[in-house]
Design a protein around this ligand. Structure first.
Ligand SMILES: Cc1cc2nc3c(=O)[nH]c(=O)nc-3n(C[C@H](O)[C@H](O)[C@H](O)COP(=O)(O)OP(=O)(O)OC[C@H]3O[C@@H](n4cnc5c(N)ncnc54)[C@H](O)[C@@H]3O)c2cc1C
Length: 312
């Protein structure tokens, strides 16, 4: 059976699928878990079904709010999602894989033609405008909503996770973050609605940053690629973890069914492309100034459904 490079969501989803069928698994992971990671920590409800049998304990999220400086749209989610930190989620998956018999090599793994490649986004050189992600947890009163505050081409998501914490995570232009010295507090203070939302909350960890973010398919050509190593979609839809887990499981099945890496890639494309196209269109539309006014007419739950894949 193949080595799995990366023991986060895609890697562990692949490992669990292989273990279920009795195959031995070796995971390579360069970081020590548990660890915090820049992520909105909004978990699509489909993941709970894909990982049935695992205890995923977080906070139910039942509502979405899209918030622009001068407009706002709220709607109920078609199905409750889960707010859960990556500190907890990644650890739960890794522990389940180890309990199921996986071996863990705590080191950098080498990508090769037979490997399951789940190493996440790789740095790419980018010219022009670059985007960075940021995140921190806050304590204080919580609610059951995922709230997206749009600011120019960036946005900040606010939603509850476990233990009474609220995750604040977003994407902004490098030059905007540079202007505040990559200080998350100063960046949020520049956005009046967001600053008001977080008033009275206390930041419980240092700000984490990641980037530059590159949206689109990566150029990894070896092995059974899955998760962000395969493709990274603008995270505003909150479906990246779903895609990682679904394609991790697909990678394992492709290996077990004897498919080639190219056939596996085609399988993933079929699953992901319609939702990716739709969400990149939506993302561009959300930055147009007319959209906040039109937003009142948009069927929120329908847009939500179209923006994510529907793995079986
Ligand atoms: C700002 C931001 C907000 C987001 N918000 C959300 C959200 O709210 N909801 C959502 O569903 N998704 C969100 N996402 C997307 C989500 O975080 C990713 O899609 C998800 O982490 C992908 O999982 P993965 O397992 O493919 O990769 P990763 O989680 O990146 O894991 C890759 C693992 O591989 C390890 N690794 C790397 N190279 C090697 C190597 N050579 N050898 C061994 N180990 C290696 C790394 O240490 C890491 O643990 C967000 C992303 C960003 C940037």
């Amino acid at each position: 059976m193949p080595d799995i490079i990366g023991a986060s969501l895609a890697g562990c989803a692949a490992a669990l699928e292989l273990l279920k069928q009795g195959h031995p698994v070796t995971l390579f992971e360069k970081s020590r878990f548990p660890r915090h990671k820049v992520c909105g920590e909004f978990l699509d409800p489909q993941v709970v079904r894909l990982l049935s049998g695992l205890q995923l304990e977080g906070t139910r999220i039942t509502e979405t709010a899209l918030i622009w400086p001068k407009a706002e749209k709220r709607f109920a989610l078609p199905e409750p999602a889960l707010g859960i930190s990556r500190y907890r989620l990644d650890q739960v998956l890794l522990e389940a894989a180890l309990a199921g018999g996986a071996s863990l090599i705590q080191d950098t793994g080498k990508v090769h033609a037979q490997a399951i490649v789940a190493h996440g986004r790789k740095p790419v050189s980018q010219r022009g405008q670059r985007l960075f992600g940021y995140k921190a947890h806050f304590s204080g009163p919580t609610n059951q909503a995922v709230e997206l505050y749009f600011e120019g081409i960036g946005y900040t998501g606010v939603n509850p996770v476990e233990d009474g914490l609220t995750n604040v995570c977003g994407v902004a232009r490098e030059e905007d973050l540079k202007a505040v010295g990559f200080d998350g507090d100063r960046w949020l203070a520049r956005q009046p609605k967001l600053a008001a939302r977080l008033d009275g909350r206390k930041r419980e960890m240092e700000w984490l940053f990641t980037g530059p973010l590159f949206y689109g398919a990566t150029e990894e050509s070896l092995g059974y690629v899955c998760g962000d190593a395969l493709s990274f979609v603008d995270p505003f839809t909150g479906s990246g973890m779903l895609c990682a887990i679904a394609t991790g499981q697909l990678a394992a099945r492709s290996v077990m069914e004897g498919l080639s890496p190219a056939e596996h890639l085609e399988r993933c494309r079929k699953l992901l492309l319609p939702a990716f196209r739709w969400s990149s269109l939506m993302r561009r539309a959300l930055a147009w100034s007319i959209v906040p006014r039109l937003a009142q007419l948009l069927p929120g739950p329908l847009l939500y459904r179209y923006s994510r894949p529907n793995p079986k």
